[in-house]
Design a protein around this ligand. Structure first.
Ligand SMILES: C[S@@+](CC[C@H](N)C(=O)[O-])C[C@H]1O[C@@H](n2cnc3c(N)ncnc32)[C@H](O)[C@@H]1O
Length: 209
């Protein structure tokens, strides 16, 4: 498994922090779609460094995260130490296929730059649906996708990605039981590699009815 799919050890921690810097513009588009409110109960799938949470989510009422890298759990807990110590945030090690929370616990779930790593996306979506409250929303952000007009052969090989088109995402989400599925695209510069343009990043939003 690549370091992008499971950052591990010293290098993994450096990479995760670097990714947070590189993902700044992706975060901007994710946050617009998440539109977090004070009374939101937020779950993040594959939080990596946890820097997105520190920067954008501290005002919500509850924060939880799951990541299969134990080192990311340590890093995100350290970066969000005050939130963890106050009992507002919890970061757990595990897989999206089995979320260690009860049914209907969250009002919003986000997966930023992670969905394309999931081996069993259908199962993961069913688990996410289970932990979302009725009316809750899911936001999936992916800079790379099948609609962006880029040849991703080398990314797929290097990072072991499974890319999706907007139509494929709609089908997957509908089959998992989601409603009101909207796929949006954005253009972004992928810092710190200046000049590297993401021509059509994807943000998918879906609701549990
Ligand atoms: C590319 S990083 C993105 C990190 C963060 N969301 C960000 O944008 O900065 C992908 C993260 O998802 C985690 N991840 C990948 N597959 C996962 C899975 N099946 N279950 C839980 N976490 C997973 C990885 O360990 C890694 O921390």
């Amino acid at each position: 498994m690549s370091q992008f799919a499971k950052p591990t050890g010293f290098f993994g921690k450096i990479l995760a922090k670097g990714m947070a810097r590189g993902h700044k513009e992706f975060y901007k588009n994710a946050i617009k779609a998440i539109n977090p409110k004070k009374d939101d109960k937020y779950l993040e799938i594959g939080f990596g460094s946890g820097i997105f949470i520190k920067k954008h989510m501290t005002h919500v009422s509850k924060i939880a995260g799951i990541d299969h890298s134990e080192d990311m759990v340590k890093l995100a807990s350290k970066i969000n130490r005050k939130l963890v110590e106050s009992g507002k945030a919890e970061f757990k090690q595990g897989n999206t296929l089995s979320l260690p929370w009860s049914d209907n616990e969250f009002t919003v779930v986000a997966a930023i730059e992670v969905f394309f790593f999931l081996n069993e996306p259908e199962k993961a979506l069913k688990e996410i649906l289970r932990v979302l409250k009725p009316g809750g929303r899911l936001i999936i952000e992916m800079a790379f996708n099948k609609d962006d007009g880029v040849d991703h052969k080398k990314h797929i090989k290097k990072m072991d990605l499974k890319l999706y088109s907007g139509e494929e995402m709609k089908k997957l989400l509908k089959e998992a039981g989601f409603n009101d599925i909207v796929v949006d695209y954005f253009e972004a510069v992928w810092f710190p590699i200046k000049g590297y343009i993401v021509p059509k990043g994807m943000v998918v939003k879906a609701i549990k009815k």
